[in-house]
Design a protein around this ligand. Sequence first.
Ligand SMILES: [Zn+2]
Length: 134
Amino acid sequence: MRTFVYWMLQLTWGLPLNVIGAIFALLLICLGKKPKRFGYAVYFELGNHWGGLNLGGFFFVQKNADKRLKSHEYGHSFQTLLLGPLMPFLVTIPSAVRYHYRSYRRAKGHSLSPYDAFWCEGWATRLGVKYLKD
Ligand SMILES: [Zn+2]
């Protein structure tokens, strides 16, 4: 896949999530944050110890995020290419709800299942590994 094809699909089939991602990206640029490249995607680093968020071809991760985290968020961007307008409803919103539920459970002292046990999270990790090699 080429950069052009990746972004053409993001900005058509995956447009809704990318509009939100682009607004976040513009706000961060206005705040002086520098966009960076990871594969075909554009990402920003901000905050500490929170993980990451994917919004189409854009993703946002904690400062000094390791390659594993960036690769995982990058993997979500390929889910957007496959799921298009269904992505927010099948992946983004359920993942966000699960993220907050897990934080709540952790704060209550409960043990947690592996992060990638949730179908779309394990899938994102595998996609990130797969497409970084190309
Ligand atoms: Zn994820």
